[in-house]
Ligand binder design. Structure first.
Ligand code: NDP
Length: 606
């Protein structure tokens, strides 16, 4: 079997070359170093604009069984699963003033989730909640987070507006001491780190960035006092303002249309276009919802993860794929159709080619959509993504592209080079200064920097060893959860663990596993739990050995945070998820097998 360019509506050879050109154009030696950390003169960008009432309290010097760091979806799920297991003495520590994590911080206009709410919003059956629409917006998700916190009594004993500064292990008492910015010295038998993968916003290291004299903020700290309005738009404060937004990732795709509606003039500074797919949000079919059988959500979540890992429908279980109907699964459906068309003569060696053609077809659909919507042909061409599906976060949005038909909106494409400079009055691209009153950074979050830098604290384990030092050259762990020399400490994240675009699914697996472990330790009066060095070496070798990392880093991908800015940093193989971007279900199966064995293999208990 062979497919030639002439059988296709696109030219695979030309596309392969174009993808590579777009990648080469953007590769830069400084990789992740190109970004500016939000500290020192830039630390004000991190201030919390959403605090309703600043908390004033005396420092705590007490003890709890379990401290959970982070009150986002991961911390909430960990708390919920611990409560279900019967663990009572829990304290959540969170720097924000409420639960919600990413949904606490990201309140920009248009903020919403583009994974369907039926799989994304956790604990729907436990809370007896059916989302009213296919996609949930940020206020609905934040409210759902708060409902989880209430149901599982996680507000009790929580420390909000509190930042952890350091953990120190005390071998004599077999306790961690947690030091915070409020001078707390809290002791805990077990600590659970759930910091979130995108919790630390970043700025581009553009020349002159500190010179700008106008108003400025990052999208994760939206200044509604300045713009007016709320997450649903109506930004009346921008009526007479010239606004610039730097970045065109998933966040910008959602908020740009609201800026376009409100501002006198909007400049969108683009380095790489996002692929913007159909959203087609709609009310929930209540007949469908009423017919759902108990256990439906877990099954749906697992099916969705299977589909995203390229497994949906593999064993003839076509409903796994067919129950979903949005842009996330289109690629899988194209691939299935092409495999059918290839017929029984298809050889193993044909599969990579069929996959590549499916990917080209999927992205051609995305590019054709731009032509259908954007009237100006030059602008439309600049908005087309030339890279493979899943090189960057796919976006589902029906408002972004039409915004470029407005007279007050201008796309400033930087031809992959990024903004040249920032001046007192505006932004320079290709020697042209665009004057703005307000400059918004939609420039994302730190990924791939050291764990402790992103977490904002270090851990000092056995014999004074620091986690920062131990992981300087990359993560070493067992299941991404335990690290030798850091007893009684569990981590829930994606490094050496699971990644799936429906991230709460991965968080919940980590939460269930942590609850199983902690409940066992407490019930059996186990006061010290560490992992053997040999088992963490084995696990780390298995993670490092996976080839899947190249799926997002190959010549068909422009740089970005999915592939560590296209750099071949050896640490990335250590810090990647188990099985790369495709191993989530295998990882979940490994955790389940561990629990079923019921013998705590690889752990040293005393
Ligand atoms: P991203 O990291 O995805 O985007 C940052 C943007 O800034 C990119 O377009 C990047 O360009 C651009 N940029 C960086 N430096 C420069 C520069 N010097 N000049 C010009 N542009 C520059 O951050 P987001 O906040 O958009 O999204 C982060 C993640 O949050 C998403 O990937 C997704 O996982 C999540 N998210 C999820 C949503 C959901 O629906 N569930 C909604 C919104 C966000 P380049 O691409 O060239 O690097």
């Amino acid at each position: 079997m062979s497919i030639t360019a002439t059988q296709e509506e696109f030219d695979p050879v030309a596309l392969r070359q174009k993808y590579d050109e777009e990648r080469q154009k953007r590769l830069r030696r400084d990789g992740n170093e190109q970004y500016q950390e939000m500290k020192g003169d830039f630390s004000y960008f991190m201030d919390d604009p959403y605090v309703v009432e600043p908390i004033s309290r005396a420092p705590l010097e007490d003890e709890v069984d379990v401290v959970i760091v982070g009150g986002g979806l991961g911390g909430l799920l960990a708390g919920a699963r611990l409560r279900e297991a019967g663990v009572e003495d829990i304290r959540v520590i969170e720097k924000a003033s409420d639960f919600g994590g990413t949904w606490y911080w990201n309140r920009y206009p248009g903020a919403a989730c583009d994974i369907e709410a039926y799989t994304y919003l956790p604990l729907l059956e436990e809370l007896g909640y059916i989302p009213p629409r296919k996609y949930a917006d940020a206020p609905e998700i934040l409210s759902h987070c708060q409902k989880i916190a209430k149901k599982y009594r996680l507000y009790d004993n929580a420390c909000m507006q509190t930042e952890v500064q350091k953990f120190i292990w005390d071998e004599a008492t077999r306790r961690w001491t947690i030091f915070t910015n409020r001078d707390d010295k809290i002791k805990a038998r077990f600590v659970l780190m759930v910091n979130g993968p995108l919790n630390r916003p970043k700025l581009p290291g553009i020349k002159g960035i500190s010179r700008f004299k106008g108003h400025t903020f990052h999208t994760s700290r939206w200044d509604y006092n300045y713009t007016g309005g709320d997450a649903h738009g109506n930004l009346s404060g921008l009526k007479n303002k010239r606004v610039g937004i730097i970045g065109t990732g998933a966040t910008a795709i959602q908020c740009v249309s609201f800026l376009g509606d409100a501002a006198k003039q909007l400049y969108v500074f683009q380095r790489t276009p996002s692929g913007v797919d159909v959203r087609n949000d709609r009310p929930t079919d209540m007949q469908w919802a009423n017919d759902l059988a108990p256990g439906w959500q877990k099954k749906r979540q697992k099916d969705f993860t299977a589909v995203l890992s390229g497994r949906g429908g593999r064993r003839g279980e076509n409903d796994q794929l067919d129950q979903f109907d949005d842009a996330w699964v289109e690629m899988g459906k194209i691939y299935r159709r092409r495999m059918r068309e290839a017929g029984s003569g298809v050889q193993r060696s044909d599969i990579a080619g069929i996959y590549e053609l499916s990917n080209f077809e999927k992205m051609e659909n995305v590019r054709n959509r731009v032509d259908e919507i954007v009237k100006d042909k030059t602008v439309a061409e600049a908005l087309k993504p030339y890279y493979a599906f899943m090189c960057k976060r796919p976006c589902l949005d029906d408002r972004y592209l039409p915004t470029f038909n407005r007279d007050n909106v201008q796309l400033v494409d930087t031809n992959g080079q990024g903004v040249e400079a920032i001046t007192e009055n505006g932004v320079v691209v290709d020697g042209v200064e665009y004057e703005v009153d307000c400059l918004i950074f939609a420039t994302g979050f730190e990924v791939g920097t050291d764990y402790t830098r992103r977490a904002g604290y270090d851990m000092i384990g056995v014999d004074g060893i620091s986690l920062d030092e131990k992981w300087r050259n990359g993560m070493i762990s067992y299941f991404g959860m335990h690290s030798h020399g850091f007893p009684n400490c569990l981590l829930i994240g994606n490094g050496q663990a699971a990644f799936t675009a429906n991230y709460p699914d991965a968080l919940d697996e980590g939460a269930k596993h942590s609850a199983y472990l902690i409940k066992h330790f407490l019930d059996h009066d186990i006061t010290r739990v560490d992992v053997t060095e040999s088992v963490e070496q084995q696990w780390t070798a298995e993670v490092v050995g996976t080839k899947a990392v190249t799926v997002m880093g190959g010549s068909s991908c422009t740089p970005g945070y999915y592939n560590l800015e296209g750099q071949h940093d050896p640490r990335s193989r250590y810090n990647q998820p188990y099985g790369g971007m495709l191993g989530a279900n295998d990882y979940f199966a490994k955790l389940e097998a561990f629990r079923e064995a019921d013998k705590m293999p690889g752990l040293i208990l005393s």
